[in-house]
Design a protein. Structure first.
Length: 316
């Protein structure tokens, strides 16, 4: 049976989110239930760069992605999918840095108005506006699950540093369909796949131009792509997920136990860096000390501030 991969929060505390200067960005999608189809795609949807001698001389195979930008939780969700995909495809994960939310908000006023092009905002940020992900996430723990490396510098610098590798570029938008771990085996699984429903995320229809053409040729019927069937035999050095599409995807498994296993990978392997946990513990002890005066807190989302209620309303 196909099962959704549910995102498991790393730590359910407001303190950690405040320390990371992050805001949960809950996106509202207009939905439309459609039937699933399998797309007609080329054997390898790749774009291979010109190759030359690379300094590492390594035959490691990598996986990386365009960060979605926007808030911490958007970036965390993309990382979770990247970890699961790297494990399934047996590739070393190259993790881009984290972008704080506030610089992204400032840049957004100068860039595209589409909230789902936050990755373009991310690409405008310089290295001194980004935080290496191994300063946020415990990579020592994560490396027990997969081979993982944190990249530094801006995203254009990151892409240039890997220009000597051959690339397989993948773009699958939540506006056109969903991922499954593999194709169905046998009549039972084929029947289950035929009953899958898909909720079109219409705000994502601006992504993945080649896929959009296929979508329109199919009279706008969403389709599946099978991760292992499509990418497990990829020969290119790096599989790269474009346009921030690892955030917000619908990824399903044929078997319930496989979905549970992937959830366990996320829950047990993606943890905050010990230094962040240590700081949060110190703050908690300070706030809960016997002589503490107590505190009040309220979390107001950016979208709430732009609603009919004014800033003064929330501060009353």
């Amino acid at each position: 049976m196909s099962r959704n991969l549910k995102h498991i929060p790393l730590l359910q505390t407001v303190l950690l989110l405040l320390l990371l200067l992050s805001t949960v960005c809950l996106l509202q999608f207009s939905t439309d239930t459609q039937t699933i189809r399998t797309p007609t795609l080329p054997d390898k949807p790749t774009e291979t760069s010109q190759t030359h001698k690379h300094p590492t001389q390594s035959r490691d195979r990598f996986l990386s992605y365009q960060p979605p930008g926007n808030g911490w939780n958007n970036q965390r969700i993309a990382l979770e999918h990247a970890v699961v995909f790297s494990r399934l495809l047996n590739r070393t994960l190259l993790v881009p840095p984290m972008a704080p939310h506030l610089p992204g908000k400032r840049y957004r006023g100068q860039g595209p108005n589409d909230p789902y092009t936050g990755y373009k905002v991310y690409n405008e940020l310089s290295s001194d506006q980004l935080i290496p992900m191994d300063s946020i996430i415990d990579f020592t723990r994560l490396s027990q699950l997969i081979q993982v490396r944190a990249s530094t510098g801006s995203h254009p610098e990151f892409l240039r540093s890997l220009s000597g590798l051959s690339w397989s570029r993948v773009c699958h938008s939540s506006g056109y369909g969903l991922w499954m771990d593999r194709s169905p085996r046998g009549e039972r699984e084929e029947e289950m796949v035929s009953f899958q429903t898909f909720h079109v995320m219409s705000d994502w229809l601006s992504k993945c131009s080649e896929e959009r053409k296929e979508f329109e040729r199919g009279v706008k019927r969403p389709f599946l792509r099978f991760l292992l069937d499509e990418l497990s035999e990829t020969e290119e050095d790096i599989i790269y997920f474009e346009e921030g599409t690892l955030f917000g995807i619908d990824f399903r498994f044929q078997e319930l136990q496989d979905a549970v296993t992937a959830q366990t990978w996320i829950a047990e392997s993606i943890k905050y860096h010990p230094q962040i946990v240590h700081i949060a513990d110190n703050v908690e002890r300070y706030l809960l000390a016997e002589n503490a005066k107590g505190y009040n807190a309220v979390h107001v989302r950016r979208n709430d501030r732009n609603s009919k209620y004014s800033k003064e309303f929330w501060l009353k």
